[in-house]
Ligand binder design. Sequence first.
Ligand code: FES
Ligand SMILES: [Fe+2]
Length: 357
Amino acid sequence: MATTADYKIGPQTFPRGWFMVAISSEVTSQPRGVRYFGQDFALYRGKSGRVVLLDAYCPHMGTHLAKNRTSYTVLDGHVEGDDIRCPYHAWRFGPDGKCKHIPYYDGAIPKAAQVKSWPVQERAGVVWVWHDPEGGEPEFELPPFAEHGQPHWVEWNIDKLGVMASHPMEVVDNIADLPHLGPIHGSTVEFFENEFRGHKAIQRQSGGHRTLVGAPGDKLYTDTVYHGPGILVSHLSGMFETVLMITHTPVDDGVIEVWHGLLVKVPNAVPTEADIAAARAFNESSKAAFLQDFEVWSNKRPAFNILQVPTDGPFHKARIWYKQFYHPRSEAKRIIAPVEGVHVVPGTPGWPLQRVS
Ligand code: FES
Ligand SMILES: [Fe+2]
């Protein structure tokens, strides 16, 4: 398995940023054990509706807080208010991870009786965690997902594409990958450019497309932004106006989990059944287009060094942009300085329209 060290991306094994950990509807008062960043977590929704993500293992004797279905503590419901009780001896932990009750002990609760509570946010039907190896506060915002929940926009049914033994570097390369658009997706690219700016990597592209436009000759415009290392949001206008989300989260070093979601704009402010059916069908086309990339990643060998020709996309610059998330944040500005700006591949016109992102 190819690891962060193999790619020489930086000293931190897992990147700093916002990452998806669950679809909102999956998070209930029945806690789930999840694994990301080489660690195990307990994820649940408290009775107030609050989502809580805790380190999984109880400080008392190491029991997994969420992976139990037979303890009477669990059968009786071990989420109480926004707290969770450990299945083994029923110590009760608050959403801040601190133990607040030991059922068989009246003395002072030991200071060490706590687990780490992770900063989570729920937005656009997704639960996100801020991951920072240095333990710092979020340094940038989640994408706004401004269209989500608005009139005319059909709610997404997020597709779980599963866990893939690929380093995220291979996925992020895609932001700069101009010459795969024809062979893989059937695009006839007319305009293509990248821009790297702070925590964002942007791709603006337009041209024909074999699957995502209505009629031959129609154009697809895509304006795609990585908001940090793991969340890609693309505004597309082709057959429909859509917002595409592809998000990946490291599970272990060299292994990622991947999701796909598509918000589709329809003519009616309150989408009809026909609108929803059309949106779902278009979601399948979008997912199929992404799975064309996914199939390559699932089977390729790692590209530690890309044998780049001048009319490839700016892969090397994208990799430099990506490195910032594997270094202390104090070094990020220095790392990305040489690549910040707009880059056009020789022979390819830049973006002809007003830049949105
Ligand atoms: S192991 Fe959790 S309460 Fe004992
Ligand atoms: Fe692609």
